[in-house]
Design a protein. Structure first.
Length: 109
C-alpha cells in the first residue's frame, strides 16, 4: 500500500537559508511518494541543495520558483556536462525543458 502525502513534510530547507523544498521535489531519504521520480534533492555538508540527474550529473540548486515552475541550477564545476544535451526525465510526470543559460534553468512543463 502506498503512503499518503500527509506523512510528507510540506516544505524543507537545507540549513536556515536557501530555497524552500516542497512537492514535486523531495529530499533524499523521504518516502518516494513525497515527490516525483527524478526530482530528488539532497543537502550538501555546507547546506547547499544538490539535484542529482539520472545521467550522474550533480547540480547545485540556486533557486526554486514554484509559480513559474522553474529551478535554477549550476554545475559545481562551472561547466555544463555534455550529457545534459540529451537529458530526458521522461519517466517523471513533469518532464523539464532545458535552457542553456548560465546558471542553467530547468522549466517543469
Amino acid at each position: 500500500m502506498r503512503g499518503s502525502r500527509g506523512e510528507c513534510p510540506t516544505s524543507n530547507r537545507c540549513g536556515d537559508q536557501g530555497p524552500l523544498i516542497q512537492f514535486p521535489f523531495r529530499l533524499k531519504g523521504q518516502p518516494h511518494h513525497c515527490g516525483y521520480p527524478g526530482f530528488v534533492l539532497s543537502c550538501t555538508e555546507d547546506n547547499q541543495i544538490m539535484l542529482e540527474l539520472p545521467v550522474s550529473v550533480k547540480l547545485l540548486v540556486r533557486n526554486i520558483i514554484y509559480k513559474s515552475r522553474e529551478i535554477i541550477v549550476q554545475n559545481p564545476d562551472n561547466c555544463l556536462a555534455r550529457q545534459l544535451r540529451n537529458l530526458s526525465l521522461a519517466s517523471s510526470p513533469s518532464s523539464p525543458n532545458l535552457r542553456g543559460t548560465s546558471p542553467l534553468q530547468l522549466f517543469l512543463t
